[in-house]
Design a protein around this ligand. Sequence first.
Ligand code: FE2
Ligand code: FE2
Length: 356
Amino acid sequence: MTDFVTDGFHHVTMVSRDARRTLPFYRDLLGLGLVKQTVNFDLPDTYHLYFGVDGGRPGTILTFFEWPRAGRGAYGVGGVHHVALGVSDEAQQLKWKRRLTDAGVPVSGPYDRTWFTSIYFADPDGQILEIATTGPGFAVDEPIDALGAALIQPKPQRLVGARDEATIQATTHPEPVPEIDDAMRLSGIHHVTGITDDLDAADGFYREALGMRLVKRSVNQDDPDTLHYFWANYDGARVLPASDMTHFGWPAGVRQARQGTGQTHHVAFRARDEEHLAGWREHLLGLGLGVSEIRDRTYFKSIYFRSPDGLLHEIATDVPGFAIDEDPAHLGEALRLPPALEPRRAEITAGLQPLA
Ligand SMILES: [Fe+2]
Ligand SMILES: [Fe+2]
């Protein structure tokens, strides 16, 4: 069983209405690398863009399906509320706040979440994003060998309604930030926060299916009547970075998530290689979950299954990676097609609007 503890996030896939709007936001404003431009293999008249750090290292990858004809999605039970990207510390985080607000993107925070500090904003489709600091980490209020053991009550002054919103909103970097320097560069996926109406079922799923453990049980500071649970790859001595899945626990019957633009389509976790992935598949089938066949996504192999709430999950291999069909020094510069679609390149290219 110990072989079936995920090493954390592989990628998160979201839905965009217009790839030509998504590209400058993630590449130019947030400074992520465009590591692949390809098409949705099932809808080849639409783009699938991949962004990442260090050429698209697992745990840093954000991908976007372009659904030009879809309606706007909405978060709710069985969906993702927000995706958080990492930054080293609060000084660098404030540079991001200034850079984003100067670009006309409204930002809320910084909010002290006890284990990290957070700012929030939305991408052009309304997908909620967060930039969260690396520290101080989950051991700040519980012993490292007993994370998740106690229900932690946040300090009252950190709760919505009690905190000093005017001071928080006024806090920013004093100078414009036209360039992204190395110190402020985003490190990849910090955590992903979904919504459930059954935290116990979610706990069983993340523990049994993905081998994760609870590392924090607290309340949602922005909605203090509801709980907020955090799971991660945790061995009793450390929490692996880029492995933290969190869920807000909503009361039953509030609202189901609605798929569409501005929403997360699925969350992918890591497996080493195809042999490991085949083992994962047997492991998940053994738990009674419905699991897809292994699919070839060119840059990785994947299986798909759903959480008890219906959120689509994937396990994707670390190999072969994005350099399989492009020079690593020129990732993302040209449209790449899988071998099965290559004979239709002229037709596919004619149907796509050129990216900036
Ligand atoms: Fe968050
Ligand atoms: Fe995926």
